[in-house]
Design a protein around this ligand. Structure first.
Ligand SMILES: Cc1ncc(COP(=O)(O)O)c(C=O)c1O
Length: 415
């Protein structure tokens, strides 16, 4: 069949008339293929999957019950548009009680999202003109930057390095970029590094934003998953509401990734602009889901239980990886353990493998050891292990950790 005229209709932002023709395989697809090949090569063997980026368990029964109850109410049936007051009020209570953020007005300073990914994809429409710069951290969650580029914006990457505790070096940004930058996107606890911010860093960010006329978007998807102490909200920083927004999500906080619900909070003018773009893009999340999420935000003990489980698994995983030679240190939050990738691996049988990047290590681990991880090569070579691996109970969890140890027993890694 001759080439369809449709091929010439695609917008430049997705590749124009070259759309779909590239043979490049992206990282996550490569991992999937390597997993399939490893399973075919070693049938019946268990894959130890530490590459997943979402909770292994269902939402808590009380939240599921709440959804059922709310789904039966006729008044919840229709378009939710920008939402009712239920989630807004629960979100304001949550910010106050859990994050110590006082005085948020639920009417004007909070609005629901259909998950933080959706909010990050909508916000550039409100802020980005062609040639505006967005400051994004790498490695990181790229959605805001991708959409900013759709609008003709430019992305300036800020590497997250161990030497700087995986916080961006704001002083490194060239004056030319700073003068054209409109938005700084941050995410702490961070995916993939697992790093947490500090009140001092957030205070510097507020000062930097005011000095350079920037909006700060803080993606707090993992905010409440902390292993000791209280969650740290950007909005708890004096002056934060003058410069930005914080995005919270029920996905990781209450094991509700598939439900698609969260909220945006902060500067009222920014919340309003987000609401205007949102109103022109979707018709809101089902009110029954919003009300079930609100129940979650009113029950932070749910997140504390989830975080306790991750903390326990993290301790075990750090021990296992440290024994295998990795420089593994437990993060203060999230469910990610980010470790430097080895340069080579030598097995007891004398075979030696030299790695040029983290992707090669990850492929080797899945092929040779059936251990799945996510490689990151954006700012140094690192592997991300997630403690959301599936285990049916505590004994199974310990069995999986022992399995990892056993599979790495005959290898000496060099870093
Ligand atoms: C940093 C970060 N932000 C946002 C999201 C998406 O969150 P949500 O499920 O609320 O869209 C993820 C999910 O993996 C994430 O890692």
């Amino acid at each position: 069949m001759s080439e369809s005229y449709i091929q010439n209709l695609f917008a430049q932002r997705i590749g124009g008339n070259q759309y779909g023709k590239s043979n490049a395989i992206y990282k996550f697809e490569k991992i999937k293929r390597a997993k399939r090949a490893a399973m075919a090569a070693q049938p019946g063997q268990e894959i130890l999957d530490l590459g997943v980026g979402e909770p292994d368990e269902m939402a808590f029964p009380q939240v599921v019950e709440k959804l059922c109850e709310e789904a039966r109410k006729p008044e919840n049936r229709g378009y939710a548009d920008n939402g009712d007051e239920v989630l807004k009020q629960a979100a304001a209570r949550y910010l106050d009680r859990v994050c110590g953020v006082k005085g948020i007005n639920p009417e004007t300073e909070i609005m629901h999202s259909i998950g933080s990914k959706a909010a990050l994809s909508l916000l550039p429409a409100a802020l980005i003109n062609p040639a505006d710069y967005v400051l994004m951290t790498v490695p990181g969650y790229p959605v805001f930057g991708t959409h900013a580029k759709y609008y003709g914006g430019l992305v300036h990457n800020l590497p997250l390095t161990e030497a700087n505790q995986f916080l961006p070096d704001l002083d490194s940004i060239p004056a030319e970029v700073r003068s054209k930058a409109k938005v700084l996107v941050l995410n702490y606890p961070n995916n993939p590094t697992g790093a947490s911010a500090t009140p001092e860093f957030f205070a510097r960010v507020v000062g930097f934003a005011k000095k350079n006329n920037l909006v700060v978007i803080h993606d707090a998807a993992y905010a409440a998953l902390v292993f000791d102490g209280k969650p740290l909200s950007f909005l708890a920083t004096p002056g934060a509401k003058d410069v930005g927004l914080e995005l919270h999500s029920a996905s990781k906080t209450f094991n509700m990734t598939g439900w698609r619900c969260g909220f945006v909070a902060g500067n009222p003018l920014l919340v309003r602009a987000y609401g205007d773009v949102k109103d022109n893009s979707d018709s809101g999340q089902f009110l029954a889901i919003q009300h079930a999420a609100a129940h979650g935000f009113d029950h932070p003990e749910i997140t504390e239980k989830i975080a306790a489980k991750y903390a326990r698994r993290m301790q075990g995983l750090v021990r296992v990886l440290a024994n295998a030679g990795f420089k593994a240190r437990p993060p203060k939050g999230s469910f990610f353990l980010y470790v430097q990738a080895p340069r080579s691996a030598e097995k007891k049988d004398g075979s030696r493998m030299v790695f040029h990047n983290a992707e090669e290590v990850s492929t080797w681990l899945i092929t040779e050891k059936l251990i799945s991880t996510v490689p990151w090569d954006d700012a140094g070579a690192y592997l991300r292990f997630s403690v959301t691996f599936v285990a049916k109970d505590l004994a199974d969890e310990n069995r999986i950790l022992s399995q990892i140890a056993k599979r790495l027993e005959d290898v000496r890694f060099d870093f």
